[in-house]
Design a protein around this ligand. Sequence first.
Ligand code: ZN
Length: 483
Amino acid sequence: MPGWEAIIGLEVHARLLTRTKLFCACETAFGAPANTRVCPVCLGYPGALPVLNEAAVELAAGVALATGCAVHQESVFARKNYFYPDLPKGYQISQFDRPLATGGYLDITTREGARRVRIHRIHIEEDAGKLIHDATGGASQDTSLVDLNRAGTPLIEIVSDPDLRSSEEALAYLTRLRQVVMYCDACDGNMEEGSLRCDANVSVRRDGEPLGTRSEVKNLNSFRFLAKAVDFEIERQIALLETGGTVVQETRLFDPATGETRAMRSKEEAHDYRYLPEPDLPPLVVSAAALDRVKARLPEMPAPRAERYRRDYGLSLEDSETLVATRELAEYFERTLAAAASPRAAANWVRNEVVGLCNQKKTPLSSFLVTPGMLGELIRMIDSGEISGKAAKDAFEEMADSGEAPHAIVERRGLSQLSDPEAIREIVERVVASNDAQVALYRAGKTGLFGHFVGQVMKASRGRANPEIANRLLREILDRDGS
Ligand SMILES: [Zn+2]
């Protein structure tokens, strides 16, 4: 809205892909029967002591490095105290004034242009359990059940600075962040199952004014909900301020059914939680050597990778971004390219045909039967004129069904392209000779009939005639004999 600016910051919780919980040896397996992945530590029994999971620290440090953060040699765990039935200890072990990492960034590009979004901090914390309301199917609506399987599973919280200015930018940032945690193998990125959860802090101000009061919208578990919630909040706050009202600092919930947010509780301040250093855990020390090991294992991240595709292969912004969407797809593309030589062709085939057919067959790329080597071979056969683009698509579909090599399919089905000019000339002459009426019309000026002749030649050659040669010969014969 003209005259107004929206200020948005995101807090993203990512569940770390460790085998066991953050402070005990319980498995983190999703979907296990309720309360079967629990022990005295994650149930908060008195006297049970936490032991930090090193794998969680490595994954968290990986994400911190991948987002350009400084990973602090020493960070401190703290107790965040609050009462809720899904929190058996009465406090959550988190990090407060000395987080694992600070000062990173992610670059995003939207229609509004490029923007660097600063990352304020990344800290490690444990998740709470899960409350299941009305699990009895209505028989007893005042009953809630508690499942503590999730209690104590490791999370990182990634807090951005309030650098985003629209829901579109918020989506671009979350998309990139999700890619990064997945590239790092730190999180599976599954928003539906709650592996990645997002809270949005939203405020508005008139151009040039200081920051306004913000509201926090909790637990946005899909990209669509994030966009809707942010847009709703921006409009709600502007309408409120324009009619003389004031924005209250509060926590709000997004209702997917109505697309609206509603007040949940007044926003708590840090002092409400009575943070105190966790006495049962020593400060977390990450050595430079450990950090080097983590760094050495990180793959090339999506942003520099997409930039490299644009710079070295001349791909468009859209193509390069599509190809880096997942690490698996990017690696598939690069291996195809290694076997095919033509970046543009490899990009088109992977982006359109491979992604399209995987979606259509509901097959994950990892079990797609066409390997990058096979696709590269197919592309080389098109480049050398051995087969037409159309025949290649037919062969490709068969490769995806059978896993057979392209040359074997082309040979067996006689798909190889006819590129011998003399053989094609024979077909063209036959077509011209047996279409007297159309030939006369064409020569009288109805040149739109040209496509009809091309179709006839392709039909007569069973789709195998090299279209370039066929076109050239057709023109030559039709035009020459007519004059
Ligand atoms: Zn446990």
